[in-house]
Write a protein that binds this ligand. Structure first.
Ligand code: ADP
Ligand code: ZN
Length: 712
């Protein structure tokens, strides 16, 4: 086996041009029958690493996968690409199982997905021994480790595979990369000197943004209005808030549902299914949602609340944009959340409380960061990135430093006068001179600094105060209702005129204005492309409904985007789109090409993609008029007229391929005697119907072009 076969299979079945980083090396290792441990982020492209060997090597690949829904999803996806795949799990009845087992035994399958319970069952072993195993892939391999976050005891039994089948390569894959889990996987599965592939955890297509956690719903509504048709997940901390938010979204006219562990399993399955099928594009969920789904077109993930740590955060945002197309993530950050989480961790009294608190602190640092967020994230996962990413809110709106001494003095002096009794939000209200009753009742409107920061918006104050906290000029008493306290450093600012440098972060309003400008600067071509994308997306949904599969199984968003940009109208052009393999070209190529052509016709789209030009180019590629007509679903006559008009507009055309020399001669001679302007019908009658309209049109164009006939 060599890589050129792998490459060919990638093209043929998946329609992808090249391997992503590490995929080729991993496949090579499997070809050499080595064991491998693959660590790649969600959406990194792990599946291809065992699917391509499975397709190209003799025998069947056994894929152990912990979740029934994941198995089904992959098998449906593979079959849609024309790959022979099946699964065995408790969802099948006895007869169905028998069919799959027979197929497996007879070598009719390239891939067989099984649950760990099934593999380890006594009845399965004889079957395994009789079958021809090419390789064994263990997906979500972190489940084998008690250190991992979803330990599955059945997974530990999988070591029998390596003991029973010494020569069969085993490839273990996971998105959990910490060292303990990694080593544990190797030990538990008894992998034989495996090659370890640690891919970068960077997901450059995910944009990162942190926003102050105020008026979150309003911000979410706004965001959703700007992204109509895009589906995503809002993660909330509590079951109640998922329900509340979903209800509010529905009230505001969005299609949304909630999902949490307190719902019945039927209800959960239903929501998940509707989400997969893009019928309910918005799900408000607790963290449980998303584990068992491979939906590649999740376009955004919003955290309504702060996650407990960066691992969770990264895993959750990782569910967006698996297809590699741009996806947005947004995190709402508030001190209340930090306090609540601190409280939860402290009440939990687990052994590693310290660790959890430290992790929460890193999460908080990320949210408050004034430097490129992606660098912080990747650093956390031990990847050193030197460059700013350009795709986070900080990179897009770099903070501006300024002398914040006076601001700091106002804030610190207020804290001092309030006797360190108030928390962040109340302090902001006092600085802004709010007329809230609570403030009057407590007499806080009487202090000297009441209203001293009226001119600064609340969100800016929150940012300045969090900077002051991070710089050590203030302290939050998390164990004491989160009140703000002074520190030795604050004394220096208040009494020794120490300078404080703060940075100004663009306000939401400014960011929104900027976005509006960007929207406006979209060219007409951009807008048409977006429109065409919507047309293709609608077609995809229709086809998916007919087939009873989720839309992303038909084509990924990334593939549709490429189609909308490249507007393929021939088989060859369509096949060149990433994600269009042989099978999908055959099944869906025509429908999508027709949609593109219709769209272009409707928009009187000029060159280079105009319908005339497309026919012309296909003709220049050597296709006959009939072939072009069939391919494009247009009458041959129309194709002739396309060619004629391109010819008249200055393109070269080999006329002799379309009309005989005798016809042209005869027409040349007849011209003086024909009524002007010459109608095609007259020519048709002149030749007694022996020459079709199409060739006549070409001949006439040729006479015009050569100056023999001049149209008035
Ligand atoms: P993971 O299992 O690591 O989360 P997947 O295997 O589901 O990731 O791959 C994520 C997406 O990337 C899928 O839509 C897959 O088809 C696509 N993909 C994988 N490899 C390539 C490649 N070489 N070129 C283009 N797309 C790819
Ligand atoms: Zn950045």
């Amino acid at each position: 086996m060599d890589l050129s076969q792998a490459q060919a299979a990638l093209q043929q079945y998946f329609g992808y041009d090249s391997f992503r980083p590490m995929q080729a090396e991993i496949i090579e290792a499997v070809y050499q029958k080595k064991d491998a441990l693959v660590l790649m982020p969600t959406g990194g492209g792990k599946s291809v690493c065992f699917q391509i060997p499975a397709i190209t090597m003799l025998g069947t690949a056994l894929v152990v996968s912990p979740l029934i829904s994941l198995m089904q999803d992959q098998v449906v996806g593979l079959r849609a690409n024309g790959v022979k795949a099946a699964f065995l799990n408790s969802s099948l009845d006895a007869t169905e199982q028998q069919v799959v087992e027979d197929d497996f035994f007879q070598g009719n399958l390239d891939l067989l997905y099984v649950s760990p319970e099934k593999v380890c069952s006594e009845s399965f072993l004889p079957l395994l021994q009789r079958a021809n195993l090419a390789l064994v892939a263990i997906d979500e391999a972190h489940c084998v480790s008690a250190w991992g976050h979803d330990f599955r005891p059945e997974y530990t039994q999988l070591q029998f595979i390596k003991q029973q089948f010494k020569d069969v390569p085993v490839i273990a894959l996971t998105a959990t990369a910490d060292r303990i889990t990694r080593d544990d996987i190797i030990t538990q599965l008894k992998l034989d000197t495996p090659e370890v592939f640690l891919a970068s955890f960077d997901r450059p297509n995910l944009s990162l943004e942190v926003r102050p956690g105020q008026r979150r719903k309003e911000q979410i509504f706004q965001f959703l209005k700007q992204h109509p048709g895009d589906g995503g997940i809002v993660y909330c901390l509590s079951r109640k808030s998922t329900e509340k938010l979903a209800a509010d979204l529905v009230k505001a006219g969005f299609k949304a549902a909630s999902y949490h562990a307190g719902m019945s399993s039927q209800d959960r399955a239903k929501v998940q299914d509707q989400f997969l099928r893009d019928e309910i594009p918005i799900v408000c969920a607790t963290i449980a949602f998303g584990m068992g789904i491979d939906k590649s077109n999740v376009r955004w993930v919003i955290h309504y609340n702060l996650p407990k740590n960066l691992e969770n955060y990264y895993q959750e945002i990782g569910r967006a944009g698996r297809d590699g197309a741009p996806a947005k993530t947004m995190l709402f950050y508030s001190y209340q959340d930090v306090m609540m989480l601190t409280d939860i961790i402290q009440k939990n009294e687990s052994e590693n409380q310290e660790v959890q608190l430290a992790k929460l602190d890193r999460m908080k640092q990320y949210a408050e960061s004034l430097a490129c967020r992606r660098r912080i994230l990747l650093n956390y996962f031990n990847e050193d990135h030197q460059e700013n990413c350009g795709n986070c809110d900080i990179c897009r709106n770099p903070p501006q430093a300024f002398d914040g001494t006076v601001l700091a003095q106002k804030a610190l002096s207020a804290v001092y006068r309030l006797r360190e009794k108030v928390g962040l939000n109340l302090l902001v209200d006092i600085l802004r001179g709010s007329g809230r009753k609570e403030i009057r009742d407590l007499g806080y409107d009487q202090i000297k600094t009441f209203g001293a920061g009226r001119d600064i918006p609340a969100s800016a104050w929150l940012s300045y105060l969090s900077q002051l906290i991070n710089l050590g000029f203030l302290e939050v008493a998390y164990d004491h209702y989160g009140v703000l306290r002074l520190t030795p450093a604050s004394q220096r600012v208040l009494f020794e005129a120490e300078k404080v440098e703060l940075v100004r972060i663009a306000t939401l309003k400014e960011r929104r204005e900027k976005e509006k400008v960007q929207l406006k600067t979209k060219t007409k071509a951009d807008r048409l492309r977006d429109e065409l994308f919507e047309v293709l997306r609608a077609l995809r949904r229709k086809l998916a409904q007919q087939k009873g599969v989720p839309p992303y199984i038909i084509f990924s968003d990334a593939t549709l985007e490429e189609m909308a940009a490249a507007k393929p109208v021939s088989d060859a052009e369509m096949r060149a789109i990433s994600g269009v393999g042989d099978r999908k070209l055959q099944l869906y190529g025509d429908s999508f090409m027709k949609a593109i052509l219709d769209y272009q016709a409707e928009h009187g789209n000029a060159k280079p993609g105009s319908t005339q030009k497309i026919s012309y180019e296909l003709f220049q590629q050597g296709k006959s008029v009939e072939e072009i007509a069939t391919q494009r679903g247009i009458q041959a006559n129309t194709i002739y007229s396309h060619l004629a008009s391109c010819y008249l507009n200055g393109e070269d055309l080999d006329v002799q391929l379309l009309v005989s020399e005798e016809t042209i001669d005869a027409m040349t001679k007849a011209i003086p005697y024909l009524e002007k302007p010459i109608r095609l019908k007259a020519l048709y009658e002149m030749f007694d119907g022996n020459i079709d309209y199409g060739p006549l049109r070409i001949a006439l164009a040729h006479l015009q072009k050569t100056g023999i006939y001049k149209e008035a």
